[in-house]
Design a protein around this ligand. Structure first.
Ligand code: LLP
Length: 431
């Protein structure tokens, strides 16, 4: 089946489709939003987020579980609220994310705190808030947390992040479960770390966790990591330290370019089978999905500024750039780029680039498009790790964001102005 743009329908994620030659998010034409709010503009589909969450909820139905959305993927307040209102907890990695999480109304006990470099101030902030678990990544961190909690007359709930030494078979920058990565405590040292933690008066062991990487498209690495973690749980519990919950992290990939990751429900059907077979069927399960909940629920709309055909390359210069969409520059990532209102004609092969003064500022290479200045394009699969990684490079304000729900579209973030950026700066005294 093909759409009116000539694109196979299957290349567009659910809730994004052409109707009468206009690309829609649910029932809202995206060109209308671009005209109303300007570009670059991020647009998210609430239904797409809820569908993605639904797959996990189905997969884990009937099991004790907590889905802690890894908010680094997209930490905009309204996105957090959307997930928190469905009962999700949140996986945070900084004091700033904790403040956002609380502003979104999450129950503090449903917050887990990941990351290799928590500061003492962040530990105190999280203990005061009453978060559910610290996912500790080193022995040194464990000891500092113990000290901080004792000073406050508290016991910090802890889980040790296991580095299971499993190859997630993804981009090296987003692979985290191998020995050469900075993350987690080596498999061989985990049992002794738990023995130690159990003797610390400022700590209360509640769980164990792992996260092996991101944009994982195969089931095998998950099963391997699960086996290794379950082996450890057996060993640790044999020594008398109880593990209440097992946190399998996030990492499930999405379809950017014909990728075919398992659906969350079928992945979990397989993982639960393995847990049952090993006698862990009634264990509390935590997960930390990020990208797979929001990645394909968002697009970034951009306007074509100039066509710059050349001898070696044709450049299509658009008003979105690497500060809005850093993934291509950082990971050579692929995002589909499609017109909001397709034109007839013979496509030209373009490198789609932004206005930032760097050759690394590209959004898509060698893309066949029919486009004219003033045309609007959608950069697809831009719901995760785009807005949350956006910067002010070149003093570009961060884009506005809109959340669509059926026929309704609400602005969830105003476009950032230069005045917003200058507000926190201090000029030198007059000479
Ligand atoms: N849990 C932990 C401890 C993590 O470090 C991450 C992601 C997640 C959960 C969520 O992983 P997800 O389900 O989103 O794959 N900026 C990169 C991705 C970095 C992922 C960092 N950690 C990108 O744009 O591809």
């Amino acid at each position: 089946m093909t759409t009116s743009s000539g694109l196979p329908a299957s290349t567009l994620p659910p809730h994004f489709a052409y109707q009468n030659q206009r690309l829609m998010a649910e029932n809202v034409p995206l060109d209308r939003l671009a005209h109303e709010h300007g570009t670059p503009l991020f647009v998210y589909s609430r239904a797409a987020i809820l569908d993605a969450l639904g797959a996990y909820q189905r997969g884990l139905a009937g099991r004790k579980h907590l889905i802690c959305y890894a908010m680094k993927a997209n930490s905009s307040l309204a996105i957090l609220q959307t997930l928190v209102r469905e009962g999700c907890g949140l996986d945070i990695v900084s004091g700033g994310e904790l403040e956002r999480a609380l502003a979104a109304g999450v129950e503090p006990s449903k917050v887990i705190f990941s990351g290799v470099g928590k500061t003492r101030a962040e530990m105190r902030q999280a203990l005061t808030a009453g978060i559910g678990c610290f996912n500790v990544e080193s022995r040194a961190e464990l000891d500092v947390l113990d000290e901080v909690a004792r000073d406050m007359g508290m016991r910090a709930p802890v889980s040790v992040r296991v580095n299971p030494n499993v190859d997630a078979q993804t981009h090296p920058y987003i692979s985290t479960g191998l020995k050469g990565n900075k993350f987690g405590i080596a498999h061989e040292e985990v049992a002794s770390t738990y023995r130690h933690a159990a003797t610390c008066r400022g700590l209360r062991v509640v769980g164990i966790d792992c996260h092996i990487g991101s944009q994982i498209t195969q089931t095998g690495p998950y099963l391997d990591a699960m086996d290794r973690v379950l082996d450890l749980v057996q060993a640790i519990e044999a020594e008398g330290v109880a593990i209440e919950h097992i946190d399998f992290g996030g990492g499930l990939g999405i379809d950017y370019q014909g990728d075919a990751p398992p659906e969350a429900d079928s992945l979990w059907a397989q993982l639960l089978q393995r847990m049952d077979a090993r006698g862990f069927g009634d264990r509390m399960i935590f997960i930390e999905p990020g990208r797979s909940l929001v990645g394909n629920a968002g697009v970034c709309l951009t306007e074509v500024l100039y066509l710059k055909p050349g001898e070696h390359k044709n450049f299509l210069i658009v008003d979105a750039a690497m500060n809005d969409l850093p993934r291509p520059a950082m990971y050579q990532a692929f995002h589909r780029i499609v017109p909001l209102t397709p034109r007839e004609g013979e496509p030209t092969t373009w490198d789609v680039v932004g206005p930032v003064c760097e050759s690394g500022d590209w959004i898509g290479r060698d893309r066949a498009l029919v486009a004219q200045p003033g045309d609007l394009l959608a950069v697809m699969s831009a719901g995760a790790y785009c807005m949350s990684m956006a910067s002010n490079y070149n003093t570009r304000g961060r884009a506005a964001e809109v959340l669509v729900d059926g026929e309704n579209a609400i602005l969830i973030r105003a476009r950032e102005t230069a005045a917003d950026q200058l507000r926190s700066e201090r000029a030198l005294p007059a000479v």
